[in-house]
Design a protein around this ligand. Structure first.
Ligand SMILES: C[S@@+](CC[C@H](N)C(=O)[O-])C[C@H]1O[C@@H](n2cnc3c(N)ncnc32)[C@H](O)[C@@H]1O
Length: 279
């Protein structure tokens, strides 16, 4: 029996609640999630069918940063001692938020998501911004991190180029390379097959990498701002549990739909937890 088998099944596990994360997270006991994947409103005025991304416009930057600090202080105690947090941001407020988080956690990486935006038009008084900034933070030095789960295989050409005898049988050539801190993954344009009806849906490839590297199999991922439910889908696909929140009822319906469409690939590992929770 491992530590995860010993965890009590809870009625909040593998559920997305259609409510404000700042109140809903109170029901999650402290020290019960392995990973927080967070993609909060960036403070840029986007329309999520609510005013959550308009705090900075309507009430000023300090009000937005205060709100960020509030949910961060509610979420962080939910982590186990080996737990980690990823937070998606833009350059605009990432500096302030990283400083805030560095007072509470150890910063492991700043990851740049290159959204592979094609070159056309764009800004004339600045360089066109084509990346998101992702902070990767750990609660403590002994944080969980499984690099082998996210290595990228070398392509055939590279392998062939390393065919000299000194490389034959080289473990690093077989197991693939570390994804590094620059993640070049196309954003989900309108016609993309993964695209759901959400304005800032993250590609699964990005969230899956976070889940596989930083949440042990059978562990639990918390996402306070589920949007279209990408974190829940990634967790389900890879045999991790999830819990999350989303304010907009239309997005909550979308999440249910996306989860229902998923193959039940991860269900073997989830089955004991679901059964114990009476689901
Ligand atoms: C940047 S989007 C998340 C996108 C998501 N990662 C995806 O891949 O679809 C942020 C989401 O947080 C939701 N939201 C904003 N404030 C919230 C709150 N207090 N509690 C729960 N959800 C909230 C918004 O409605 C929006 O859908």
């Amino acid at each position: 029996m491992n530590d995860y088998d010993r965890r009590p099944a809870a009625d909040w596990i593998n559920r997305v609640f259609c409510e404000d994360a700042l109140t809903g997270m109170a029901r999650i006991p402290g020290g019960s999630v392995d990973l927080i994947v967070s993609d909060p409103p960036y403070g840029l005025g986007k329309d999520y069918g609510n005013d959550s991304d308009k705090i900075a416009d309507k009430h000023g930057v300090d009000a937005y940063l205060n709100w960020m600090e509030q949910w961060i202080d509610i979420a962080l105690p939910k982590l186990v001692p080996t737990g980690c947090l990823y937070i998606c941001l833009t350059w605009r407020y990432a500096p302030e938020i990283f400083v805030m988080l560095k007072k509470r956690m150890t910063m492991i990486n700043e990851i740049i998501w290159d959204r592979r935006v094609p070159s056309m038009g764009g800004s004339t008084r600045s360089f066109t911004s084509v990346h998101d900034t992702i902070g990767f933070f750990a609660k403590a030095k002994g944080y969980y991190f499984d690099l082998d789960a996210v290595r990228i295989p070398y392509d055939a050409e590279t392998k062939k180029a390393r065919s000299r005898s000194i490389f034959v049988g080289a473990k690093w050539l077989e197991i693939g390379y570390n994804p590094k801190d620059l993640w070049s993954v196309s954003r989900l344009h309108r016609e993309h097959r993964e695209r759901a009806d959400h304005p800032t849906q993250k590609p699964l490839e990005i969230i899956e990498r976070m889940v596989k590297a930083s949440c042990p199999p059978g562990g639990t991922v918390l996402d306070p701002f589920m949007g279209s439910g990408t974190t829940a889908v990634a967790a389900k696909r890879h045999g991790r549990n999830f819990v999350g929140f989303e304010l907009n009822p239309e997005y909550c319906a979308l999440i249910e739909q996306r989860l229902a469409n998923e193959t039940n690939a991860g269900d073997e590992q989830l089955a004991p937890v679901l059964a114990a929770a009476g689901k």
